[in-house]
Design a binder for this molecule. Structure first.
Ligand SMILES: Cc1cc2nc3c(=O)[nH]c(=O)nc-3n(C[C@H](O)[C@H](O)[C@H](O)COP(=O)(O)O)c2cc1C
Length: 317
């Protein structure tokens, strides 16, 4: 019975809503049944300009799903997960069934603890290099979820991808529709969604990568000279691959957090179809890119608000 599971379910939902999402739209709903939590894409929160295909919304729900699973494990239960369980309900992305008692592994505990510590850090990182062991761990985390995390260590490739990000960013600054959507989701203090100005970064003074402008001041800062940039890819594309990619993205980000690393996203080339095609051709035809992020040792920042779990949960009819 769902009532007997309340502490586990509550912990799971509170963890799920901490997932990242584009412009902090939080495009998820959770439907509760007896021993079951359904993860549903909330069509009302899809970004119609930046994400008409719902790729980023599915990635976000995939990340929320992984948080849910880790929190259930940390609360002492196992679960099984069925992705896209009902053909005629494409917005129903996953069904999580609560199962037997379970003793969380050290890795599950570590990642579950990192859920609340993770946030997007758009400020410059320290110039301290990210050691090989940490790079390997983050790559392995993505692989565990069936994805590949390509670290752009080759100078030519990094410069080509960074150039594409700068170009896509520039096109988005000229796109009135994109700017209106970004403004609508850039919010002041007190809102439970959207990106607060304090979470934005300064404008880089030169350097390889732009920073999406969230209404912060026009102050400029020098960013790290040699950024670690990663692209997460899957061998196929489509709704299922996108939910899996979201899980892989979140496992990689939580692993990074647990190792003291910060991350920030660059989805500009994913949001312009021609740029995404170029990115794919740079990486290889077998790689379907989903998200680009930068990793490094960040100076402390803060987490952003979320709608409370109760506001995004309903009992299954
Ligand atoms: C699929 C996806 C794409 C995103 N793209 C960007 C981006 O291009 N630029 C950016 O600054 N943040 C981007 N973000 C980060 C979100 O703005 C951020 O997750 C959200 O505001 C919640 O904040 P938090 O990550 O600090 O919890 C993206 C997040 C996701 C999941």
């Amino acid at each position: 019975m769902i009532l007997t599971e309340t502490p586990v379910v509550t912990a799971a939902l509170e963890a799920a809503v901490r997932a990242p999402s584009p412009h902090n739209t939080q495009p998820w709903l959770f439907e509760l049944g007896p021993d079951v939590i359904d993860v549903v894409l909330d069509e009302n929160r899809v970004l119609t300009v930046c994400d008409p295909d719902r790729r980023e919304a599915r990635l976000s729900c995939g990340a929320a799903l992984l948080n849910l699973e880790l929190a259930i494990a940390a609360a002492g239960r196992s679960c099984d997960v069925e992705l896209l369980p009902e053909k005629d309900r494409p917005e129903l992305l996953a069904r999580v069934g609560l199962r037997a008692r379970h003793r969380a592994t050290a890795a599950e505990q570590r990642l579950a603890t990192s859920i609340r510590a993770r946030y997007s850090n758009r400020r410059p990182f320290a110039s301290t290099p990210v050691p090989a062991g940490a790079r390997h761990a983050v790559r392995l985390a993505a692989r565990e979820e069936g994805a590949k995390l390509i670290l752009l260590d080759e100078l030519g490739l990094l410069e080509a991808v960074a150039g594409l990000i700068r170009r896509a960013d520039h096109l988005q600054t000229l796109d009135e529709g994109f700017q209106a959507e970004l403004r609508a989701w850039t919010k002041g203090d007190g809102s439970h969604d959207g990106v607060p100005a304090y979470a934005g970064g300064p404008r880089p003074s030169g350097g390889l990568l732009p920073v999406r402008h969230h209404g912060e001041s026009d102050q400029t800062r020098e960013f790290e000279r040699d950024p670690v940039v990663a692209v997460l890819t899957t061998p196929t594309d489509g709704p299922l691959a996108q939910v899996r990619a979201g899980r892989a993205m979140q496992r990689a980000l939580l692993t990074a957090t647990s190792l003291g690393l910060s991350a920030s996203f660059y989805s500009q080339p994913m949001e312009i179809p021609s740029a995404r095609t170029v990115l794919r051709s740079l990486l290889g035809e077998n790689e379907h890119p989903h998200i680009v992020f930068r990793l490094g040792y960040g100076f402390p920042g803060s987490t952003t608000p979320r709608r409370p779990a109760g506001a995004v949960t309903r009992i299954r009819p």
